[in-house]
Design a protein around this ligand. Structure first.
Ligand SMILES: Cc1ncc(COP(=O)(O)O)c(C=O)c1O
Length: 409
């Protein structure tokens, strides 16, 4: 079921097909003879979205109903997802990009408004600001967490007086430093939109992401911690933001009306389908289990890589990482990527080019910034398979391939 899509999220590299549920060929000592007797391995994909029979049944019942587009299934998914995040409201959208765009529109971003975001993210984080008419301003990242560095944000805030908001990204499933970023925003009356597209269920001191900013946006793309195929969600405690977002994603309709031709504002069709919502409701029921499996896989890697010349992911005290990606860092990134590809272990580089260096940003004046930490990270990061579909055997194949790479140096 792996679904490579180089157009979103950096694509999925080698190791496409999956037999990751099988356990054939496991060495009896469980340590270093993971390959079959002929030395062959099955590929270990970087992502392997899993849909249960329950999801198929729920989709069938939607298909049998007369509500394929927007409808009660979408409303139920919005309520359930908002409850999961600990927020008052949820507004479903067609994908994570549209969630970000609609949230920024709802917060009133206008032409020329500057919004600080991370240069080390999927391009949609910054694109959403441009789509709303604003200007993305990049601040450098913390080199250990790969998320926006509050000190770097503060330096930008001291230099510019046109910043209206912050858009931190919870990259790879680790929350950005929200207490520090929200304090900076509060002091200056800025809005905060969390890009939580990679971080369903991540938390700081027990508060789930989504509960920190004025709004938070999620993606349900197939590689994410939960999926609806394509899909997105805005969550918020602000009734005004929920109302304006719900209107924006539905052609600017009056949300208190009957859904007819009562267009009170400019809007788009960014709606989620009922089929996608049906899948999402079942995936949400399984999200905790998926995240537990991701965390177990990550802990096993941490343990087996501890003695290698490799930086493994960090989890600051109080933070709960949900390992959308398990991203290691080495100055021999390309060598490690080649070894893993030869061993049919799927890997991904998220992201090879920081946003401010992308051709699409050549004409954006703020892209001229020098952001050395993001630029160095882009040369050194490599993500390994950490998805919940990994078997013990898959994990051992990955560990053995990584260890062999460094043993041969
Ligand atoms: C950090 C981040 N922001 C935004 C998006 C956009 O989400 P989508 O692909 O659902 O539009 C993604 C997903 O790829 C992402 O990883």
């Amino acid at each position: 079921m792996t679904e490579p899509n180089p157009e979103t999220d950096g694509g999925i590299d080698s190791g496409g097909g999956s037999e990751s549920g099988t356990d054939a060929g496991v060495g009896t000592d469980g340590t270093d003879s993971e390959l079959g007797s002929d030395g062959a391995s099955t590929p270990v994909p970087i992502a392997d979205p899993e849909l249960s029979a329950d999801a198929i049944e729920r989709v069938e019942s939607v298909l049998e109903s007369d509500r394929l587009a927007d409808g009660p299934e979408v409303r139920a998914f919005e309520d359930e997802f908002a409850t999961y995040c600990g927020t008052d409201e949820g507004v479903a959208t067609a994908n994570g990009t549209t969630a970000l765009h609609a949230a920024l529109e709802a917060l009133g971003v206008e032409d020329g408004d500057a919004v600080i975001t991370s240069p080390f993210s999927f391009v949609a984080s910054a694109n959403a600001i441009r789509l709303a008419g604003g200007t993305p301003v990049f601040a450098d990242i913390d080199p250990e967490t790969y998320t926006l560095d509050p000190d770097a944000v503060e330096r930008v805030l001291e230099e510019r007086d046109d910043i209206v908001g912050l858009l931190p990204v919870h990259l790879y499933g680790l929350p950005a430093d929200m207490p520090a970023l929200c304090a900076l925003a509060d002091e200056r009356d800025l809005f905060v939109v969390e890009d939580a597209c990679q971080a369903h269920g991540a938390a700081i001191d027990g508060t789930r992401v989504g509960g920190f900013g004025d709004a938070a946006c999620f993606s349900f793309y197939p590689t994410k911690n939960m999926t609806t195929g394509e899909g997105g969600m805005i969550v918020t405690d602000r009734a005004d933001v929920a109302d304006r977002s719900a209107s924006y994603v539905n052609h600017g309709r009056d949300t208190s009306g009957t859904g007819g031709y009562d267009h009170v504002d400019l809007g788009h069709n960014y709606r989620l389908t009922s089929v996608a919502a049906a899948i999402g409701r079942v995936q949400l029921e399984r999200l905790s289990q998926f995240n537990r499996a991701r965390r177990e896989n990550a802990a096993a890697y941490d343990d087996r890589f501890a003695d290698l010349p490799l930086e493994t992911p960090t989890e600051p005290a109080g933070s709960r990482h949900v390992y959308h990606q398990y991203t290691v860092r080495t100055d021999d990134r390309d060598g490690l990527e080649t070894t893993l590809s030869e061993r049919e272990v799927g890997t991904g580089v998220y992201y090879e080019t920081p946003i401010h260096r992308l051709p699409a940003y050549e004409t954006v004046s703020t892209a001229a910034a020098t952001l050395p930490r993001a630029e160095r990270a882009a040369d050194e990061v490599l993500s390994l398979p950490v998805h919940p579909g990994l078997s013990e055997r898959d994990r051992r194949i990955v560990v053995e391939a990584v260890r062999d790479h460094f043993a041969s140096q």
